[in-house]
Design a binder for this molecule. Structure first.
Ligand code: HAM
Length: 424
C-alpha cells in the first residue's frame, strides 16, 4: 500500500510557531490598515483564468508558466489565484464600488498559488497580506500605500530592510522604452536565452527581470539605460511628488532606477521591500500603481495603487532577526479524574470553564503524581484533581504546581477563583 502522509511539494502545514507568526503578521497589518480606513475583503481562491491572463499579463512568467489552471465540469478554464490584486479589482467592478465614497481602501489576507520551483522563501502555496486603494490617482495615495507597507514591517520588529522605489512610467513611456530595448538588444539577439529572444518581440522589459546568466551578461555589456530615464513629464512629476511626500512622512527609501516587477499591470510608481538576510528570495513584498487594470478586465477606468507582503518571507526575516512570535496562550488548568466514575465530571468541569479559562482534562483516570507530571509537560500552572470525595462535594482540589500548595474549591467557583489569580 502506498502512503499518503506527505504534503504536496511546495506546500506546508502551518501550526504552533509557524502559524502564530503568520497570525501575528496579519493582525499587525489589520491594525494599521483598518486604522487607515481599509475594510477587509475575501475573494475566492479561484477565478476565471482570463482574470489573471488579462490582469497580470500574458507575457509574465506568472501567466506563462506558474499558474495552477484546471477545467471545471462546465468546461470553463479556472485558475488558483497567483496574487490578489486582479481578483480585488474584479470584485470592485462587479459590486459597483465605484459609487461608494472614493477612494475605496481594501485589504486581504490568504493563500496564493504559483507553480514555481520550491526553495527557501518560495513555495507553491504561500500567503500574502495585501492592500489596494482604488479610485485615486493622487501621489498621496502612492505615498500612503508605501508608508503603510513599510510601517507594518517596521513595527513587527524588522530592522534590516531596504525599500526600493521606482517608476515604470506611463504606457507611452514604456512603449518608448520597449522600443529602445528592442533596438539596443537586437544586435545581440543570438546571445540571449530562448525565453528572452521571445520576449524581445512580445515584451522586452521582461528581459530585465531574467534570471539567466547569459541575459544578465548581455545587459551588463550593453550598459542598458534604466526605465527611469524614459519617464515622460506626467510620470516624472508624479514620481517627484511621491518621493517628496514619503520623505515628509519619514519613510526611508532608496531610488531604484531599474525596478522591474513581475506583473504587467503596473504604471508609474512601483516598489519592493527587501530583507538583507534572506538570500536569493529577498523581497518581503512589493506593489505599485495600476491605473489601467480595471479597464483591462472590462470595467470603468479606475486608478489604483496597492501592495502585498509575502507572509512566509516576513516570518523568515523575523526569525533571522531573532524576533519570536507571541507565545501561545498557556494552559491554566489540567483536570484529572482519579477514577472511572469521575470521567464525565472532568469533562463537564473543563467545559464549565471555557472559553475564559484554558482548561484540558484527562480522558482516562490518572493517579495524582502522573496528573501533575502531565500538567507540567503541558505548561499548566494548576492541576485539578477530581476524586470520589471531590465529586461528592461538587468541588475540585486545585494544586499550584510550582509551590505545591493546594486548596479545594467548589466547582461553580473555580472559574472566578482562577480569574482572580488563583492565590493559594
Ligand atoms: P508580487 O511581488 O508578485 O506582487 O508578490 C508580493 C510578495 O509575495 C513577494 O514580494 C513575495 O514576498 C511573496 N511571494 C511571491 N511569490 C511567492 C512564492 N512563490 N513563495 C513565497 N512568497 C512569494 C503581487 O502579488 C501584487 N499583487 C502586489 C500588489 C498589490 N500590487 C498592487 N497591489
Amino acid at each position: 500500500m502506498t502512503h499518503v502522509t506527505k504534503a504536496v511539494k511546495g506546500t506546508h502545514d502551518l501550526f504552533k510557531e509557524s502559524l502564530r507568526c503568520q497570525q501575528a503578521v496579519v493582525s499587525r497589518a489589520r491594525e494599521w490598515l483598518e486604522a487607515a480606513g481599509a475594510s477587509e475583503i475575501a475573494t475566492p481562491v479561484f477565478e476565471l483564468t482570463e482574470v489573471f491572463e488579462r490582469g497580470v499579463g500574458e507575457s509574465t512568467d506568472i501567466v506563462q508558466k506558474e499558474m495552477f489552471t484546471f477545467t471545471d465540469r462546465g468546461n470553463r478554464s479556472l485558475t488558483l489565484r497567483p496574487e490578489g490584486t486582479a481578483g480585488v479589482v474584479r470584485a470592485y467592478i462587479e459590486h459597483g464600488m465605484k459609487v461608494w465614497p472614493q477612494p475605496v481602501r481594501l485589504w486581504y489576507a490568504g493563500p496564493m498559488f504559483r507553480a514555481e520551483r520550491p526553495q527557501k522563501g518560495r513555495q507553491r502555496q504561500f500567503h500574502q497580506v495585501g492592500f489596494e486603494l482604488l479610485g485615486s490617482a493622487s501621489p498621496l495615495a502612492d505615498a500612503e500605500a508605501v508608508a503603510l507597507s513599510y510601517r507594518i514591517l517596521e513595527t513587527l520588529g524588522l530592522r534590516d530592510m531596504k525599500l526600493k522605489l521606482g517608476s515604470v512610467g506611463d504606457a507611452e513611456d514604456r512603449r518608448r522604452y520597449n522600443q529602445y530595448l528592442r533596438e539596443a538588444l537586437s544586435p545581440r539577439q543570438d546571445d540571449l536565452s530562448p525565453d528572452s529572444q521571445r520576449r524581445l518581440s512580445t515584451n522586452p522589459m521582461r528581459i530585465l527581470d531574467s534570471k539567466s546568466e547569459d541575459d544578465r551578461q548581455v545587459l551588463k555589456e550593453l550598459g542598458i539605460r534604466p526605465m527611469l530615464e524614459f519617464l515622460g513629464p506626467g510620470a516624472r512629476e508624479h514620481f517627484e511628488a511621491v518621493k517628496r511626500i514619503l520623505g515628509g512622512l519619514g519613510v526611508p527609501f532608496e531610488v531604484d532606477p531599474a525596478i522591474v516587477r513581475g506583473l504587467d499591470y503596473y504604471a508609474r510608481t512601483s516598489w519592493e521591500i527587501h530583507h538583507e538576510q534572506l538570500g536569493a528570495q529577498s523581497a518581503l513584498g512589493g506593489g505599485g500603481r495600476y491605473d489601467g487594470l480595471a479597464e483591462l478586465l472590462g470595467g470603468p477606468p479606475t486608478p489604483g495603487v496597492g501592495w502585498a507582503l509575502g507572509i512566509e518571507r516576513v516570518c523568515l526575516a523575523l526569525e533571522a532577526e531573532g524576533v519570536s512570535p507571541p507565545p501561545e496562550r498557556t494552559l491554566d488548568i489540567y483536570i484529572a479524574p482519579l477514577g472511572e466514575e469521575q470521567l464525565e465530571l472532568a469533562l463537564a468541569a473543563a467545559a464549565s470553564l471555557w472559553p475564559e479559562v484554558r482548561a484540558e482534562y484527562a480522558l482516562s483516570p490518572r493517579k495524582p503524581g502522573k496528573a501533575i507530571r502531565e500538567a507540567e509537560k503541558r505548561g499548566a500552572r494548576f492541576v485539578g484533581l477530581l476524586g470520589e470525595e471531590e465529586a461528592r462535594a461538587g468541588a475540585l482540589t486545585i494544586k499550584d504546581i510550582a509551590s505545591g500548595r493546594q486548596q479545594t474549591v467548589p466547582l461553580n467557583r473555580v472559574r472566578e477563583w482562577l480569574e482572580s489569580g488563583g492565590e493559594l
